[in-house]
Design a protein around this ligand. Structure first.
Ligand SMILES: Cc1cc2nc3c(=O)[nH]c(=O)nc-3n(C[C@H](O)[C@H](O)[C@H](O)COP(=O)(O)OP(=O)(O)OC[C@H]3O[C@@H](n4cnc5c(N)ncnc54)[C@H](O)[C@@H]3O)c2cc1C
Length: 402
């Protein structure tokens, strides 16, 4: 049905699902909905360029084995059809040529996602819309009315039985508790890209960069900075602020301890070789990296003492969910809904805590912002993040997304 209002044209259609986000999670969800024949699907993203992994992490070494990217690409029938129909050589052919038990640069994984995206765009049952979902309202009798902003001239509203949030997360960038004259923030995404980092930092001037954190990203950044300091940027110095010993993923009997929180892959190998207390002083890395260990309660004094003299600081302290569309009840003027995620089945409730309140009909989520919660054989609880984990979770729960 098409309706025209005085200030805009509104195109209303009925979909089985609106999928918000074109990153690895959105791709996973579209593939699974197609496999379940839950169509037509409206898929919304600003660019359809595979999310942050393609935009910002192409130069990052993966923390998962190459084989898991291929497992992801072959996990559902619609993806397999895309692989069969894409002329060779294509991104999955390249992935197959790599050592399957080692990591690879995320560029290879991103190219695989771009190939699947192009295939999904051509798949019957999928309609794409470039833009942003800015709001959605739920009427239990009608479903979700979803507002998509494509450009100021062309907003549109659609009706859908399901609204699936694959909206992603971005690096946490909280202000430091003190101001340091002459010191500026270096964005985590820049620091994770050796080519951007080399352009951002002067090769001819004395520059000191403070790296805050001991996460996987922090180690990758230390590696990147060290590689610059020991080659083209000999006047570069690094101060590494860390509050706890490094934690590594450990391969147990059929499972991985700290699978989602520990260091893995190239970052883990480099950290063991250079950063552990027993090797650090004799490692070439210590020529450029000054390690500043401190306890949480001494953070402020530590920063006061050691941040002056740094020209840049980069915080590698985690990721925060990207802003959600405004969700309301009834219509766009109805009461706003705060959704609480159920990490067991991908649904949302009205809260106040997880699993409390009422289930919100037809609202689901997946990806880094909405991961599965897993418990390992030792009882440790983690959130499962990574392409293959998104796929495994969505495959398990998509049948209940009604
Ligand atoms: C340093 C690093 C290394 C990693 N290494 C690996 C690895 O080796 N192996 C692995 O499997 N995983 C790895 N990951 C994890 C993986 O890359 C990320 O978890 C993944 O990018 C998250 O995918 P996503 O689809 O949830 O989010 P994103 O990639 O952030 O995609 C979200 C998309 O949604 C869009 N969007 C958001 N809101 C709206 C809206 N309102 N309307 C329309 N569109 C919207 C955004 O524009 C974006 O395109 C790594 C992550 C990091 C940070």
């Amino acid at each position: 049905m098409r309706r025209f209002a005085s200030d805009m044209s509104i195109h209303r259609s009925k979909y089985a699902a609106v999928v918000v986000g074109g990153g690895p999670a959105g791709i996973t969800v579209v593939g699974n909905l197609l496999e379940q024949k839950k169509t037509p699907i409206l898929w919304v993203d600003g660019k359809f360029e595979a999310g942050r992994v393609n935009r910002s992490y192409r130069e990052v070494p993966s923390n998962t084995k190459t084989k898991l990217f291929i497992d992801f690409a072959e996990a559902v029938a619609p993806f397999r059809k895309i692989i069969d129909e894409t002329p060779s050589p294509h991104a999955i052919d390249y992935l197959r040529k790599l050592d399957q038990d080692q990591g690879c640069h995320l560029a290879h994984a991103a190219d695989m996602l771009l190939m699947l995206t192009e295939g999904l765009k051509r798949t019957p049952g999928v309609e794409i819309r470039r833009g942003r979902v800015t709001s959605a309202s739920i009427d239990p009798a009608k479903g979700w009315s979803v507002h998509v902003d494509q450009s100021p001239e062309k907003p549109s509203e659609v009706i859908s039985s399901r609204l699936i949030l694959c909206t992603g997360s971005s690096p946490t960038d909280t202000p430091l508790p003190l101001e340091v004259k002459g010191m500026q923030s270096l964005h985590l995404d820049t620091a994770l890209s050796p080519s951007l980092l080399s352009k951002e930092l002067s090769a001819n001037k004395e520059v000191t960069v403070a790296v805050i954190g001991a996460s996987h990203s922090a180690i990758l950044i230390l590696m990147n900075l060290y590689n610059l300091a020991s080659t083209s940027h000999s006047k570069l110095h690094i101060r590494w602020f860390t509050r706890h010993p490094l934690r590594y993923a450990e391969f147990m009997d059929g499972w991985i301890l700290r699978d989602n929180t520990g260091l893995k892959g190239a970052a883990a190998a480099w950290a063991r070789q250079n950063l552990e207390p027993e090797v650090f002083d004799n490692s070439p890395v210590s020529k450029f990296v000054e390690k500043i260990s401190y306890k949480r309660e001494h953070e402020f004094e530590t920063y006061q003492q050691h941040l002056p003299g740094c020209q840049y600081y980069v915080q590698a302290i985690g990721y925060m969910r990207d802003p959600l569309p405004t969700l309301t009840q009834g219509d766009s003027n109805g009461a706003e809904i705060t959704p609480y995620y159920n990490h067991g089945d991908g649904s949302f409730s009205t809260g106040p805590g997880e699993g409390e309140g009422e289930k919100i009909p037809g609202l689901y989520g997946a990806g880094i912002a909405w991961p599965e919660r897993v418990t390992d054989p030792q009882g440790n609880v983690e959130y499962a993040v990574g392409f293959w984990k998104f796929m495994r979770f969505v495959k398990k729960v998509v049948g209940q997304w009604n």
